[in-house]
Design a binder for this molecule. Structure first.
Ligand code: PPS
Length: 315
């Protein structure tokens, strides 16, 4: 199967983006949120799908079991800004949801989130993951998913990821100088990881309707994190329900579930790398050299200075 052409990154209001996340922007910006909408936000590859399924099971595990056997998770929890050929636009899917609450996924940086979500005080869950595992996960995802620029070799990908938006500004400059036949050295969509996690962390300091969770905490103590989520959302599942949710969202079970493992998802080639790849904290150790690990630690130590915001690369 021939791979569709990869999109280019460009500077979108100061954030590196590709057309697949901005082509429907005018409509996304005007999205009409409802007060009971629940938003699941994250930087890509941080455990979004895990959180989406957890919420889907928490809200609809009992009442809508039929959806469980027919509709993939990416249709039940639309990806708001997604606009790719051959697939309904995320914003339209969200508009068409008939359930309450509507669960809506986004990777937008906090300052891009449509105003009506804030105006309606929508409950929002932000999922964050340590940068080293995000980078590795993103590297493999970019190999298999043609809505992202091709990652190239690991060393270069890592460097560009850490550079974040700075690379894109160089690109624009170069582009104006009309480089011919120069392969574009991209960073990744959604801008610099640290700006994303810090932006949302700062928002949380003033917004009680924003619940910030960490992939590492979900890994270490799923039950405890489910309890905190339920308390934030005002849900009271029975112990039995909680146990069944915990089983459903286990990595192996989601990997075997064709409604959560992105089987038949557009533009993904799961033969190159599965969507449900490793699901671990610490897979970065299989990719980073000792020097790269040190450089990455130092880089983010400088970038992440917000009080209370800490990432664990091991559990
Ligand atoms: S996306 O495409 O940006 O929405 O990806 P996202 O869902 O945020 O992140 C994908 C990574 O999360 C892992 N994952 C899980 N880990 C543990 N348990 C469960 N249930 C689970 N579900 C998804 C998935 O495997 C990706 O991480 P890697 O490290 O690549 O395996």
């Amino acid at each position: 199967m021939e791979e569709p052409p990869r999109p280019e990154l460009f500077d979108f209001h100061g954030v590196s983006m590709t057309k697949f996340f901005t082509d429907n922007w005018e409509n996304v910006k005007k999205f009409k949120a409802k007060p009971d909408d629940v938003v699941i936000a994250s930087y890509p590859k941080s455990g979004t799908t895990w959180a989406c399924y957890l919420l889907d099971r928490l809200y609809f595990g009992k009442t809508h079991p039929e959806k469980e056997t027919s509709l993939p998770l990416y249709m039940r929890v639309p990806f708001l800004e997604l606009c790719i050929p051959g697939h309904p636009k995320g914003k339209d899917l969200a508009d068409q949801l008939t359930v309450t609450p509507r669960l809506i996924k986004t990777h937008l940086p906090v300052h891009f989130v449509p105003d009506t979500f804030w105006e309606n005080n929508c409950k929002t869950i932000y999922v964050a993951r340590n940068p080293k595992d995000v980078i590795v996960s993103h590297f493999h995802f970019s190999r298999m998913n043609s809505i992202h620029p091709a990652p190239g070799e690991w060393d270069g990908f890592l460097q560009r990821f850490m550079d974040g938006n700075s690379e894109i500004k160089v690109y624009n400059f170069k582009h104006k100088c009309s480089f011919v036949n120069q392969p574009f050295v991209s960073s990744v969509a959604y801008g610099a990881w640290h700006e994303h996690v810090v932006g949302w962390w700062e928002k949380k300091q003033t917004n009680p309707n924003l619940h910030y969770i960490f992939y590492e905490d979900l890994t270490e103590n799923l039950g405890g994190e489910i309890d905190k989520l339920c308390s934030f959302l005002g849900l009271t599942p029975s112990d039995e329900e909680k146990q069944s949710i915990k089983d459903a969202v286990r990595f192996d079970n989601m990997k075997d579930n064709k409604l959560t493992n992105f089987t038949n998802a557009p533009l993904m080639n799961l033969k190159i790398s599965p969507f449900m790849r490793k699901g671990k904290v610490g897979d970065w150790k299989n990719h980073f050299t000792v020097a790269q690990s040190k450089q990455c630690d130092e880089h983010y130590k400088q970038k992440i200075t917000s009080p209370g915001l800490q990432f664990r690369t091991e559990v």
